[in-house]
Design a protein around this ligand. Structure first.
Ligand code: ZN
Length: 296
């Protein structure tokens, strides 16, 4: 089995400087620990035609190199179905017929965190199940046996987060992110997950799921996001934030790479040069505010 890190973009549009900064970090974490670096296109949802080609081109333009073929989640349905079958065989799944609105309006269990599934469909009797099956397609939820789970994170230390009966397969048949990511990381030999810290909150769910599937828990490093001047996670609407936009404003891909490296306290230059001095302990712990570039 390989030892590998990864970057796993959704092909929903061009990568922006926040995505590229996370990709550089994932690359630096992997390469500095002798790992392979893999790319996985998370195209179960929100895929836009042509976006993948542009994303790979932009990653290469800032110096990111990867090993082996790019993996696509849409080609991996059998792996996800197998994992869900294994959980079902252990009594760890159930069908859920709730709409989003019903979940929002359901009284939540005492002490249940905001947004946690209230468990409405957990104990349906056979007659209720029969009736609901005839009215609506079911989502598949995990029958969780713990309220929370603890993970270790290189950037955040120990982190304990909620584990509710989260969705494994949506009622439109699409595999949920939390299931796909665990199955894919294991199947690809990925033992280091570096990604934006907006995903830290859902990480205990994934680590718990991995434990149920007898899959290894990777090393996690949730890195700070890039935010706009209002402190909100950077998005395409925040002006010139993609390599294409910035090129039109006169900033080359190498120039963008230098800006991103400097924002991480690393020297401008090639990624190889950055690798020589990379140390996770010295990385900034706070979000980086993108102020744009002159002329853009
Ligand atoms: Zn339900």
């Amino acid at each position: 089995m390989t030892s590998a890190g990864r970057f796993a973009p959704s092909p929903s549009g061009d990568l922006h400087v926040g995505n590229l900064r996370t990709a550089l970090l994932a690359w630096l974490f992997a390469r500095s620990t002798g790992r392979d670096f893999l790319l996985r296109v998370e195209d179960l949802d929100r895929a836009r035609a042509g976006a993948e080609v542009e994303q790979l081109r932009d990653l290469a333009a800032v110096g990111v190199t990867w090993d082996g073929a790019v993996v696509h989640q849409t080609a991996r349905g059998a792996l996800y179905a197998d994992a869900i079958s294994r959980l079902a065989a252990s009594g760890l799944t159930y069908e859920c017929f709730c709409t989003r609105r019903e979940i929002q309006e359901a009284p939540s269990a005492p002490h249940a965190p905001q947004g946690a599934y209230p468990g409405t469909c957990r104990y349906l009797d056979p007659a209720e199940l029969e009736f609901k099956r005839s009215s609506r397609p079911a989502a598949i939820r995990l029958r969780s046996t713990v309220p929370e789970y603890k993970v270790r994170d290189v950037m955040h230390g120990e982190f304990t987060g909620v584990v509710d009966d989260f969705v494994l397969r949506r009622n439109d048949g699409v595999t949920a992110y939390n299931l796909a990511v665990v199955v894919d990381d294991t199947a690809q030999g990925i033992d280091q997950v570096v990604r934006g810290d907006d995903l830290l909150a859902s990480t205990p769910r994934q680590a718990y799921l991995a434990s149920l599937l007898n899959m290894p828990e990777p090393e996690y490093a949730h890195v700070p996001l890039v935010v706009n001047s209002d402190g909100v996670r950077l998005a395409k609407r925040d002006g010139a934030v993609t390599l294409g936009d910035l090129a039109r404003a006169g900033v080359t891909a190498a120039g963008v790479r230098d800006l991103l490296l400097e924002s991480l306290g690393l020297p401008a230059g090639t990624l190889k040069q950055a690798l020589a001095v990379f140390d996770p302990d010295t990385l900034p712990r706070n979000p980086w505010v993108w102020k744009g570039v002159a002329g853009a």
